[in-house]
Design a protein around this ligand. Structure first.
Ligand code: B1M
Length: 210
């Protein structure tokens, strides 16, 4: 539908007001909430991911698009709940203990939400016990951990050990990232996957969930 094409465009452009208006318009035209989500909001966010990966747009544009996504999601969320659309999967995400950087983590969370995942964001400076409690409370398919400091990335290893000791490691896939994180580190600490940026975090998460 034309209104959805426009919606995807406005989302890509980061026009929160336009996105809210077009989301309402699409629903008023009788389109299903799941169509508005998939062919409007998620489509626009997908385009943001492609352009961000190709270095054609940068962090500020992504954050602005994510804000526009939120404006649309606020309208859609209650409708989606009514019509019983299941999220792709549930993911817990947080920045590890001792680390206060959250811009990258927030971007990842937003892109994941944009791709239809339900995100439970535990924030920054998250100790292992808090991740473990959140897994027990929410039964997610994925745990995402972000670390930006060489001094806090070791925390990822400790957390994975703690997940094992708490008996929750086998039920979840562990996705990690942050500037100092590499594939080599990922293999060493026994995480399931790593991604260098927010857009490929979505691809990696989908790959891990098969
Ligand atoms: Co800090 N800081 N910082 N800092 N900071 C860095 C990381 C640093 C590289 C700067 C430098 O010295 N050149 C350096 C780390 C050195 C090191 O350990 N190797 C550093 C330092 C040293 C510090 C302090 C120790 C400084 C001090 O106080 N002496 C201190 C530590 C505080 C703490 O955490 N305990 C500190 C503090 C801060 C601020 C609070 C001032 C601020 C953070 C504000 C905030 O986040 N709300 C800050 C900032 C902004 C930075 C830089 C400038 C930018 C980080 C950023 O947001 N990048 C950074 C230097 C730099 O990177 N140029 C620096 C943009 C963001 C989109 O990228 O976070 O890499 P990034 O996320 C990417 C990917 O990594 C990936 O996707 C994201 C999007 O593409 N990704 C994931 C991230 N998490 C992922 C998770 C995934 C998958 C992918 O799966 C779950």
């Amino acid at each position: 539908a034309e209104v959805l094409e426009q919606l995807a465009k406005e989302l890509f452009a980061g026009n929160a007001k336009g996105v809210a208006e077009l989301t309402n318009k699409a629903l008023a035209e009788g389109l299903k909430p799941s169509e508005v989500l998939n062919d409007g909001l998620i489509k626009g966010m997908g385009e943001v991911g492609v352009k961000f990966k190709a270095n054609e747009i940068y962090v500020p544009e992504v954050l602005i698009a994510a804000r526009a996504m939120k404006a649309g999601m606020e309208i859609l969320k209650p409708k989606l709940a009514e019509s019983g659309v299941e999220p792709v999967a549930k993911m817990i995400i947080g920045t590890v203990k001792g680390d206060l950087h959250d811009i990258g983590k927030n971007l990842v969370a937003m892109m994941m939400e944009g791709a239809g995942f339900e995100i439970i964001d535990l924030g920054i400076d998250v100790p292992a016990e808090k991740f473990i409690q959140a897994v027990k409370d929410n039964q997610p398919q994925l745990i995402g951990m972000s670390a930006l400091l060489t001094t806090t990335m070791v925390q990822i290893k400790e957390n994975i050990k703690a997940f094992q000791d708490a008996g929750v490691r086998n039920n979840v896939k562990v996705l990690i990232g942050g500037a100092p994180v590499t594939q080599k580190f990922t293999d060493e600490v026994g995480a399931d996957g790593y991604s260098p940026d927010a857009a490929s975090a979505v691809d990696k998460a989908k790959e891990l969930l098969g």
